[in-house]
Design a protein around this ligand. Structure first.
Ligand code: SF4
Length: 207
């Protein structure tokens, strides 16, 4: 992006905890980063080269509540995606038959008599209520924090419970780079190391 001056409008970080019942099991269990780690990684990459205002950052991965949205906004997300909770609101019972066409609830099937299990008039209001209440929760949390907007939530506003007796500010647990630092100085830590090895025209690391 820096070399070409060409930037995408947005990047979506899809955490390893996401995926459907049809996702390959080994990929679901062992490949990929959890959302929080991946989101902070991307946030640092974009902030570190001064592109965060230009490239919007989406977050997805088992996000189903206002609190999870607030946490994602705190660590760099501009918006959140969700699929699974809407599937649940629609009647999915996680039988993991999506890829067979034999969905027992009619959510993921092309078989007409199975599709009848999804009564749109009944399910549509449930999906709408779920969305409305989730956003209401996000609003309650934002207002309780004394902020006007979820986009005002910052790492310093969020604490992580380490154990029953102690919590730490999330900014003390993870590194949050300052704007443009990857371009102006040598940065210690994982992002700095990755940046020093990266090259624009190849996925191979720089020797
Ligand atoms: S209930 Fe249907 S949509 Fe949900 S996991 Fe099972 S097959 Fe897939």
């Amino acid at each position: 992006m820096i070399e070409t001056g060409i930037t995408p409008d947005f990047v979506v970080v899809d955490g390893a905890e996401g995926g459907t019942g049809a996702a390959p099991l080994e990929l679901s269990n062992s490949v990929g980063m959890p959302l929080r780690e991946g989101l902070i990684w991307m946030r640092n990459a974009l902030v570190g080269v001064g592109l965060k205002d230009q490239v919007r950052l989406g977050a997805s991965g088992k996000i189903h509540s206002g609190a999870q949205m607030a946490k994602s906004f705190a660590i760099g997300a501009d918006w959140c995606n969700a699929a699974r909770p809407f599937m649940f609101a629609l009647g999915c019972v996680q039988s993991m038959e999506c890829h067979t066409g034999h969905c027992p609830t009619g959510v993921a099937t092309q078989i007409p008599w199975r599709q009848k299990g999804l009564v749109v008039e009944d399910k549509a209001p449930r999906v709408a209520r779920f969305q409305k209440q989730t956003l209401h929760s996000l609003r309650e949390i934002t207002v309780a924090m004394g902020l006007d907007s979820p986009w005002d939530i910052e790492p310093k506003d969020m604490r992580e419970r380490i154990n029953g007796a102690r919590s730490d500010a999330i900014a003390q647990i993870y590194t949050f780079l300052e704007p443009g630092c990857l371009l102006s100085r040598v940065v210690e830590g994982q992002t700095g190391l990755a940046w020093s090895m990266a090259q624009a025209n190849s996925f191979r690391r720089k020797q």
